[in-house]
Design a protein around this ligand. Sequence first.
Ligand code: GLN
Length: 470
Amino acid sequence: MKNYVSLLEIQEDLKQKKTSCKELVLGYLENISKKCDLNAFIDVYKDEALKRAIEIDEKFQSLTAGPLAGMVIAIKDNICYKNHKSSAGSKILTNFTSTFSATVIERLIQADAIIIGRLNCDEFAMGSSTETSIYGPTRNPINKNYVPGGSSGGSAAAVSANLCQVSLGTDTGGSVRQPSAFCGLIGLKPTYGLVSRHGLIAYASSFDQIGPIAKSTYDILAVMEIIAGKDDFDSTCVAEKLTKSTSTDEKQVTFAVVKEALNFPGINTRVQSEMNRLIEKLKSKGHLIKYVNLPLLDYLVPTYYILTTAEASSNLSRYDGIKYGYQNKQNNIDDLISYTRSQGFGKEVKRRIMLGTYVLSAGYYDAYYTKAQKIRRLIQEEIIKILKYNNFILLPTTPNPPFKLGEKNSTATQMYNEDIFTVSANLTGHPALSFPLGNISNGFFASAQIIGDYFNETSMLNTVAKINSE
Ligand code: GLN
């Protein structure tokens, strides 16, 4: 089937009767079964996707179809969908069927998107490689010996291999942007409070956001227009709706380039040279580049891991095997909970629960948790200050290109350190958009990201669309 870059092209073909929703779904289903070795999908909703496609084809004919008619979407396994399984890639939830749908799912269906299946991810979205899922690792479609990134690795692999048009991932510390970068795609981490978290299986509630992965800024915008905005089920979701566009749609844009990121000691030289090429291109188009310092860069990863593990230890305490999910039957309740959690969670999740419990314990709370909260505030102040004088902050999405399966599993911190450029936007709540630059090696791309002011997503998308077309 045709590899459509955007929904615009799909809807054009639908109008001219060159394709139909049914044909599109059949095409994706064929691709999914041909490329099952990628292990991107955990479940494929074959019959219901086809049924929906036929319904939407009829609506399209009678001009009553919603704005996302023709868009076939797959969702990460930590987003709940009524009467469907959701397991966050964990054994502890393998037999869990959701009794309600996440707000994002409700809105997508309302807009006539077709949901084709659920996608593999790291267990409870903890990871950067999609290797910790109970369903086994997902592979990178560009080269199957490499990881697709994580934790939304299934979401990125599926779009990159044309198994669906767009996918939803979640980003707590980079899990939409880093897999997008590893698979040559565009990924958005929205402003904290723009997209409802209702129905998202929580990892770290003050960091988590749901975001789209796509081949074009057009599709990201189309999805954001539908999923963004206030929701009575999530009191932290404060934005009325997606802001249209602002002054940053002007011709000349100021980019603040973080010196410590560009000259980061561990950065791959090809990533660095692609960043420099982008900077030169921006300058030649009349944009302004200002070099700024982010002295707290070294504190980002430790602060992120202290705070997210603390929140995770609390969020994951609900999985006790009593009301739902996996249960390891024992004669007394303490043993039941303890055996259920010991057997139900994987190694990385248990590591984080223990670390989080430790930093929250009475004796260490001030030394770790309170201190990390203070640093979080300082980082936020630094970013806000930079954005006061510049339209966007520009930095690479990841310091290195994708790594091979198993390559970064010897120590946990080896993988954590790779999150250095993505976690700041989650610590501060700012929106961040990752987009591919040039080819660097083995068919992989370097990627850059821009961080914008709160609720400035539309301008960020317009800016990246402009950069790409220039
Ligand atoms: N790689 C980061 C982590 O392991 C980010 C995860 C995420 O954004 N869900 O926590």
